[in-house]
Design a protein around this ligand. Structure first.
Ligand code: AHR
Length: 310
């Protein structure tokens, strides 16, 4: 990584002189769209020129965008990595060009942590654990669960599964009876849930659905209703993100719980880069954002508080 001294030597005197390239995954979910929107707002607040490249869910597009940012000589690169592996070569090019990289909302698998300056993410294993523990308490440790996983190979899909599996492992009568990826989208969440319902006696064998994000759960709720069952009571729901539509479903009695993921990853990332460029302050390797469980009692108020941001 660029040393603190070379960071100072490369530094822009004011935040408003900084140009940052952000390789964003795409717009697979309501949460993702909000993250993009909040990133622009946070950059504007600080007078930073944030160039956002939409990769349409493809790693190859993210790699191209990073190479283009390097060629443009940006001051820093933000990367929301669609999958965890396959970044070493392109991040080594950024390192060679002395451009600091900040990971946003997802992590990467690499033997060389010097390839990025810091990662601004939640504890995604913990999110899965909170979800599993809530469900264990709600069902007194007895539940046949279907799981909608996020994008295959992405850090939140891997970790949210791990945390949930660990939480339910101590309950002999809690089992995941079906699990499949819904790619973090509403459409695929609905499609996969339809196949789970068909395979499980029209849904009568299913006690709960765990979705790695709210968008897949919104799709699953639709599928459950179309199958003639009541989401939120016939089949319990627990998901992650805390987007307005899940609060609406919770207020309507069609969803039971969500774990919040803040869409403001850019704010702490921008502050870290400004400090690094100003005087070489090296941020902690992990800037952790908060994860919090929300239940129906506050759903109407939370919906009102968030609806304009998304
Ligand atoms: O990486 C964060 C995850 O990506 C969000 O939970 C999901 O909605 C998004 O697609």
């Amino acid at each position: 990584a660029a040393t603190a001294l070379s960071a100072v030597a490369l530094s822009a005197a004011h935040a408003e002189d900084l140009t940052i390239g952000f390789s964003q995954i795409g717009s697979e979910s309501g949460w993702r769209a909000a993250e993009t929107k909040v990133s622009k707002i946070e950059a504007d607040k600080r007078g930073i020129d944030l160039k956002i490249a939409d990769a349409q869910q493809k790693q190859e597009n993210q790699i191209k965008a990073i190479r283009s940012f390097i060629a443009q000589g940006v001051d820093a690169i933000f990367l929301a990595p669609v999958v965890a592996t396959g970044w070493d070569a392109v991040l080594a090019e950024a390192k060679e060009a002395e451009i600091p990289v900040v990971l946003l909302d997802r992590t990467i698998d690499t033997p060389d942590e010097s390839l990025y300056l810091t990662a601004v993410t939640s504890d995604t294993v913990y999110e899965g654990k909170v979800a599993g523990e809530w469900l264990a308490e709600k069902t007194a440790g007895k539940c046949a669960i279907v799981e909608l996983q996020g994008t295959v190979g992405s850090s939140p899909a891997i970790n949210r599964k791990k945390g949930f599996d660990e939480a339910i492992a101590v309950h002999a009568e809690m089992k995941i009876i079906r699990t499949q990826s819904g790619d973090f989208t509403r459409a695929k969440g609905k499609e996969v849930m339809e196949s789970f319902l068909k395979a499980e006696n029209g849904g009568k064998n299913i006690c709960a659905v765990y979705a790695h994000n709210d968008d897949m759960m919104i799709g699953a709720i639709q599928a459950i209703k179309e199958a003639g069952l009541k989401p939120g009571s016939d089949i319990l729901t627990i998901s992650i993100d805390a987007v307005p539509d899940i609060f609406k479903a919770m207020a309507d009695g069609e969803a039971n719980a969500t774990v919040e993921l803040t869409p403001n990853m850019a704010g702490p990332a921008l502050d870290a880069i400004i400090a690094y460029k100003k005087d070489g302050t090296v941020p902690p390797k992990w800037i952790q954002t908060e994860s919090r469980l929300y239940l129906p009692d506050t759903a109407a108020a939370e919906y009102d508080a968030r609806k304009d941001l998304y």
